[in-house]
Design a protein around this ligand. Structure first.
Ligand code: TRH
Length: 393
């Protein structure tokens, strides 16, 4: 996998442990791996990533050996985190400790943190939300009830005063190079679909989604669309519905199918840089969860977000908060169409493709402007590293 070169650790190098419990899917490890690579590659930190599910990790990075208790990948030490059997190995405590998404650290590790001559800088990295309250809670300290330890809540966000979202330093340059090179585009289509790029008149759609009842209606609308629609579907949870639509037993990587105006390609799951290229190759991206949602924003193309569903529709305010940021500045009719479409894609109504796509020019312009605005908050890794260093002084 292409990752930023890792600087050789110096004696004063900051050591960092990241603990990651995989709840489901790929977002937890996706975010932690990206953060680990940036801390090592861009900030020169010595990073150890402790993760409890190497199989999910292996899907994102084929060089991960699922049977290895400890391995070094791209300069990052990766340990298979078993509890409680593994805590003995983890007792070497780092300068900076990041527990991702409130995963609980092993008790023995916390005890060792408390015994350390100098208490580590301890973060709980929260899930991303675009809601306004996030800025009030970002960087709030929380003293440990029993030990002289302080945990800081680090809140990613989409607005000022939050921790921002992850963005590699070289991301814009890589995206620009891909966009500027017809050869790179042709090579991408050849590698991923075994064919040539579609005509510039076709609308290219990437579809990374959970199971979604709205997909059947959308596939029908694309089949009946006036112009050609080229659909790129990474294999996963929505593949079954696409297969049923085409009357196929499955829709696994390499499969292709055509009905009416719709031509669909199933793509094998790739590494994270490969997923970015899929977003750059598409005119509109359907994304989900957390990390792909962020990557779609950096791709600076219109996107539709399927938010991770929570009990009692607790996710809907988060969806609307993200819409408020993203749709800000769009004309009222384009904003309303985008809102209708996002809501329909998240269970409220039926998506109407024509209603959305007639605003394409405005959506394109807004996507580019939003990527610019979001970048002004600063990259999450840089924000976190800066805060940690201020605490270590
Ligand atoms: O997979 P997700 O749905 O992940 C999560 C988890 O469900 C988690 O429990 C939840 O809390 C969180 O969402 C909000 O969606 P996400 O976050 O977009 O992660 C997908 C990752 O997979 C992302 O890093 C991009 C990567 N990816 C690839 O590397 N290659 C691919 O081919 C594809 C399709 C994705």
């Amino acid at each position: 996998m292409s990752s930023a070169p890792t600087q050789a650790p110096q004696p004063s190098t900051i050591a960092c442990d990241i603990f990651c419990a995989v709840i489901d899917n790929f977002g937890d490890i996706g975010v932690c791996w990206r953060l680990a690579r940036q801390l090592a590659g861009e900030h020169g930190w010595q990073v150890r990533l402790l993760v409890d599910d190497l199989h999910a990790f292996h899907k994102l990075n084929a060089s991960i050996d699922v049977n290895s208790a400890r391995q070094t990948v791209g300069g990052i030490v990766v340990e298979h985190w078993h509890e409680p059997a593994h805590v003995g190995d983890t007792l070497q405590v780092a300068d900076v400790v990041i527990e991702a998404f409130a995963c609980e650290l092993p008790h023995a590790y916390i005890e060792a943190m408390a015994r350390r001559e100098r208490a580590p800088v301890w973060f709980n990295l929260e899930y991303l939300s675009g809601e306004d309250w996030v800025a009030d809670f970002h960087l709030r300290p929380s003293p440990h009830p029993r030990h002289a330890l302080m945990k800081t809540f680090f809140f990613p966000g989409l607005g000022k005063g939050t921790g921002g979202v992850l963005k590699e330093r070289d991301l814009d340059a890589r995206r620009a190079a891909f966009a500027a090179s017809p050869d790179a585009r042709a090579a991408w289509w050849q590698a991923r679909t075994a064919g040539t790029p579609p005509s510039r008149n076709a609308v290219v759609v990437s579809l990374f989604a959970y199971e979604n009842p709205a997909v059947d209606s959308l596939l029908e609308q694309w089949r009946d669309a006036k112009g050609e629609i080229v659909l790129l579907v990474p294999e996963g949870r929505v593949s079954g519905a696409v297969a049923r639509f085409f009357g196929l037993p499955s829709f696994a990587g390499g499969a292709q199918a055509v009905r009416g105006s719709l031509r669909a390609h199933a793509l094998a799951f790739t590494d994270q840089p490969g997923y970015d290229e899929l977003l750059w190759a598409s005119d509109i991206n359907f994304v989900r969860g957390e990390d792909s949602f962020v990557r779609a924003q950096w791709a600076a193309r219109p996107f539709v977000w399927q938010i991770y569903p929570q009990a009692d529709d607790a996710h809907l305010p988060k969806l609307d908060a993200a819409l408020a940021h993203y749709a800000h500045g769009l004309s009222a009719d384009a904003r309303a169409a985008l809102g209708r479409f996002w809501h329909a894609w998240n269970g409220k109504g039926t998506p109407d493709w024509e209603d959305l796509w007639r605003h394409r020019a405005r959506l394109d312009a807004r996507a580019a402007a939003w990527a610019h605005e979001l970048a002004s908050i600063g990259d999450l890794t840089g924000n976190l590293a800066e805060f940690a260093k201020s605490q270590l002084k």
